[in-house]
Design a binder for this molecule. Structure first.
Ligand code: IMP
Ligand code: MG
Length: 178
């Protein structure tokens, strides 16, 4: 089978992402005060979470990190509708937790994560998503902090992949299939 044709078109520049991360960190620091437990949802959120964590650090917030590895997409560009836990359950008993997601799409991953962490004894669970595609929502879930609201396009870069590609881009781009 011939490889699928596509173009990768820049959407949000690295400098704009950096500015937005600083603004999110200011909001989060104001709400949480001195400390929080950040739970980045792997793999897609790791670049965003790393930047957000350091922006919080600059504001004097002590950040503990516990990773959560979920899978919902596989290699396709449409969610399978099922969310799977791939790694261990994060240790969050008694913690004020901030889930960090790359993209809020159907909302299934975020809902799964929030239920899992409440079940694991978190004292409080909030959600921060770099990107929100509200038109794609299939389950009722809202983020407490959103970087950018975007239309229903397939995006890559800044940790976000298509078939494990393009995570290393510093900006966000749209994949346009030809
Ligand atoms: P949800 O469970 O449908 O909300 O899907 C969330 C996950 O799907 C995200 O954390 C991403 O890993 C993946 N995803 C959703 N939209 C995109 C996209 O445009 N590009 C790459 N991955 C995406
Ligand atoms: Mg992915």
């Amino acid at each position: 089978m011939a490889e699928q044709r596509f173009d990768v078109v820049p959407m949000i520049a690295a400098a704009e992402l950096a500015d937005r991360v600083e603004a999110l960190a200011a909001d989060i620091a104001a709400d949480y005060g001195g400390a929080l437990v950040m739970v980045p949802v792997l793999k897609g959120a790791f670049v965003f979470a790393a930047d957000l964590m350091r922006a919080l650090g600059r504001r004097g917030v002590a950040v503990r990190v516990e990773f959560l590895r979920l899978a919902s997409y596989g290699a396709a560009t449409e969610s399978s509708g099922r969310v799977q836990l791939l790694g261990p359950v994060p240790e969050v008993a008694g913690a004020r937790v901030l889930i960090v997601e790359d993209i809020l799409d159907s909302g299934r991953s975020a809902r799964f994560a929030a239920e899992l962490l409440r079940g694991a004894g978190a004292a409080e669970v909030r959600l921060c998503a770099l990107l929100d595609k509200p038109s794609r929502r299939a389950v009722a879930v809202a983020a407490n902090y959103v970087g950018f609201v975007i239309p229903d396009r397939f995006v890559v870069g800044y940790g976000i992949d298509w078939k494990e590609r393009f995570r290393e881009r510093g900006d966000l781009a749209v994949v346009e299939f030809g």
